[in-house]
Design a binder for this molecule. Structure first.
Ligand SMILES: *Cc1c(COP(=O)(O)O)cnc(C)c1O
Length: 348
């Protein structure tokens, strides 16, 4: 299988981890694994005095946890909506009746940061919710500009970095981000099922709102002091995460980002050669979103027949190719050739 979806192709040595009986988690060994994973995570995202909450849940679970524990403490949320993931913040806030205001960003466009500043002055929110990379369009937002505005107007900053962590440069301390969210199946390149919340020192030890049982910050943080989770963790995934983090720390976040960037740039050069438009104004390294000319309605299934997986984009003729995981230039050459071949199928 050639995977250009999330998490992408994974090395055998990771896939083989705990391919046998399932270990028990209420042990000193498992606690050590969790604690080490926390430290490695903090190092990779650069949040020196941070804490990491691990949930056995996909990324949306961690987004929900932030809303039920943190956003509900606030008077008003301000949400960047540049696609379906931005809209998810809005849905969650509405679900939990958190007052919110939305700032719409057109498909694949960057934010107009001057307009954003005016909107913040007007709206006077106390918490800002956004994505670093809006994965539905491939657009990367400028966190430096966002964090400057948030700090200027004293707005707490929460960023969903689920698809940018380890794909695009990210330094939580330098940017002064209060909370980052990520999950296992994107840059960490293991199976879906774990999500992680990084809490900067600025938002630790708050009297968090207690609006959800399973995701309760206080309960999770209390258990994490001894390297445990309150409820049964996905043990095998934690083991894969630990192994992945060791590999990643050894390589370093910058080197990993460089690798992903090289793959993205290479594939974009192939798009250019084939005349496939890449609409994102500032594309993330994580994915390339592009329009094919012809046969967009059959492309996904025709590739699937060849055991090649790409992501449909929700817009006719628009597709997304992930650059996370194991992927060579030859793989990308081959992918582009197959897409071109299918574009040229003569259909009656
Ligand atoms: C993948 C992703 C999520 C989480 O989706 P899940 O299916 O719940 O893992 C959230 N935000 C962004 C930007 C994503 O790319």
């Amino acid at each position: 299988m050639k995977s250009y979806v999330f998490p992408g192709n994974i090395e055998e040595e990771i896939l083989q981890i705990n391919n046998g009986q399932i270990p028990y988690m209420r042990t000193a060994a498992f606690s050590a694994l969790v604690k080490e994973s926390e430290q490695m995570m903090l190092q990779l995202i650069n949040c020196k005095r941070g804490k990491v909450i691990f949930y056995t849940a996909s990324g949306t679970g961690a987004m929900e946890a932030v809303v039920t524990n943190f956003v509900t403490l606030k008077k008003k949320a301000f949400i960047i909506s540049g696609g379906s993931f931005g809209h998810r913040w809005k849905s969650l806030c509405d679900y939990y009746t958190c007052p919110n205001e939305i700032f719409e960003v057109p498909f694949a466009k960057d934010i107009d940061y001057d307009k954003l500043e005016s909107a913040i002055i007007e709206s006077q929110p106390d918490v800002f919710l956004c994505q670093h990379h809006e994965t539905s369009t491939g657009q990367l937002f400028n966190l430096k500009k966002i964090s400057d505005i948030c700090h200027k107007y004293n707005v707490s900053l929460v960023v969903d970095v689920i698809s940018s962590f380890l794909a695009d440069p990210l330094d939580m301390d330098a940017l002064g981000i209060d909370i980052c969210i990520t999950s296992s199946q994107k840059g960490l390149n293991i199976a879906p099922g774990l999500s992680l919340i990084v809490l900067a020192e600025s938002v630790q030890n708050l009297p968090y709102a207690r609006k959800g049982y399973y995701f309760d910050f206080a309960e999770n943080l209390k258990n994490l002091e001894r390297g445990q989770t309150p409820y049964s963790p996905a043990t095998t995934l934690f083991m894969q995460l630990h192994a992945r983090l060791i590999m990643d720390v050894e390589k370093g976040a910058n080197a990993i980002v460089d690798e992903v960037r090289n793959k993205a740039h290479y594939f974009r050069s192939l798009c250019k050669k084939n005349g496939w438009e890449v609409p994102a104004e500032v594309p993330s390294n994580c994915i390339t979103g592009f329009f094919v000319h012809k046969n967009g309605d059959i492309l996904f299934n025709e590739l699937l027949k060849q055991d090649i997986y790409i992501m449909p984009g929700g817009t006719p003729h628009y597709f997304r190719v992930s650059h996370l995981g194991v992927q060579t230039k030859e793989d990308l050459d081959e992918l582009a050739a197959r897409i071109k071949e299918i574009e040229n199928y003569k259909l009656n």
